[in-house]
Write a protein that binds this ligand. Sequence first.
Ligand SMILES: N[C@@H](CCC(=O)N[C@@H](CS)C(=O)NCC(=O)O)C(=O)O
Length: 210
Amino acid sequence: MRLYHHPISTNARRAVMTAHHLRQPVELVLLDLSSSEQRKHLLSINPNEKIPVLVDGDFILWESCAIMQYLADKTPGQTVYPAELRARADINRWMFWSAQHLAPAIAIFYWENFIKGLIGAGRPDPVELERGAVDLESFATVLDNHLAPRQWVCGDGLTLADLAIAAPLMAAAPGRAPLARYRHLQAWFGRMQELEAWRMTALEEELAMA
Ligand SMILES: N[C@@H](CCC(=O)N[C@@H](CS)C(=O)NCC(=O)O)C(=O)O
């Protein structure tokens, strides 16, 4: 299997962390989004021209959360994506929530305060940052309250929900997203950062930025 990614992509990180955690034999293919040649290839495997993309033989799958679920379903004995109806529905709920709500709020800060500077796209837009702050406060509060009595987002152990929610948080520090005051969220994120899958992807990010 080949997994097209880039280490500074939060969406790709979800999929790559899942592959590492499940010890799935994926070949990581770094896709340079600034190369028109590589973008042409990306377009041929994903009409949205976005990473991550998984290629498993003649099967091509894009959308980070769908890739996570596919990798888990391919792994015998895994515990991060149980088959039981309600346990799975609960995990799906938080994965959609991460993609729909929390990640876009953090992405505003990442884009305005970090990526724009990196690619010379101008100064941060205060109106956008204000929009991000309103959204982030509302969704970070939901997560913080949910985590207050819990170690993990769903059930008694790590699941795809944790991996899907943690990945976009990699952008919080470089994007200066105001998350420090959410102490249950921070305690949980600390546990996530201790995972081998997190450390491996952090190292990939560091190497790519060096
Ligand atoms: N919903 C998609 C979003 C993928 C996405 O936005 N990927 C970004 C990187 S984080 C990308 O490839 N952007 C390239 C571009 O828009 O030019 C997923 O979860 O996989």
